[in-house]
Design a protein around this ligand. Sequence first.
Ligand SMILES: [Zn+2]
Length: 272
Amino acid sequence: MWQTTIRDRIEIDGIGLHTGRKSRIMISPAPADTGIVFNFFNKNSLKVKVDSMIVSTNRGTILAHNGYFIYTVEHILSALNGLEIDNAEIILEGEEIPSCDGSAKFFVDKLKEVGIETLEKTRRVIQLQEPIWIFNGDKGIFALPSDKLSIYYIIEFPWIGRQWIFYEHSPTKYEQEVAPARTFGFEEEIETLVTEGLAKGGSLLNSIIVGKNGYSSPLRYPDEFVRHKLLDLMGDIYLLGRRINATIFVVKGGHNLHVELVKKIKEVIDGR
Ligand SMILES: [Zn+2]
C-alpha cells in the first residue's frame, strides 16, 4: 500500500469546545514520510510531529511541546486516520482544534472535498507481534496482533445503559458509520467542567447532553454514544504517528485508557 496526503490546503474555522475561544486550523499536503505534523503558526511556525509530543488527557486529548499546548486533537486525528491520510501538516492559529458539530464529519467532508493523493512510497503500518493490554478496575483495553484493524467497543453509562459495537475498518465504513457520531456529556457534570475551566465552548450545537429527561437532541444513530467512543479511539491511536493493524477490545474506555495503550505500544515497538 502506498502512502497518501491531501491534494490541496483546507481551512477550518470554529470554536474550541474547552477554551470557548475562536480557533482556526489549516491542513496542508505533506511529502511522504512526514507523518502528521503540527505547525505552531504563532510560535515561529515551529513544527512538531504528533508522535513526539507529550500527551495528557482531561476530558479530551491534549498535546504539549515546550510549553505550547494543543487542545482536543482527537477528532481531527480520527478523521485523518479514518480516511487513511498518512501525511499532513496541521497549521494552528490558536491552541485548540475547532469543535465543529462535536463529531469528525466536518473534517471528513473538507478532506474529501480536496481529495486524497497517493504518494509513491510504501506505507509502514505498525504490526503487533504480541498481545498488549491494560486493565484498570472494571475498565480495560486489549490489543491483539492482526493483519487488519478491527475494534470491539463496549460502554456503560447512567441514562444510556450498555452499548457495544464491532467495527472492521475501511475508509468508507469510517465515513458512514463513525465520523458523524457526536461528543456527549452529562447534565450533572457540566457544572464541574465549568468550575475546572473546561467545556467553555460546549453547547447544544457541538455535543449531546445526557440527563434524566433524555437527550438534548435527536440521535444520528441509536448507538451514537459508543460510535463516538470508537471515533475518539481512532484519533487517539493515531498518536502512534502511523496506522496500526490490530484487533482492539475496549471495555468502558476513554481517552486515558486509549493513551495508556498508545504509550505501551510505543514502548514495545521502540524496544524491538
Ligand atoms: Zn470525542
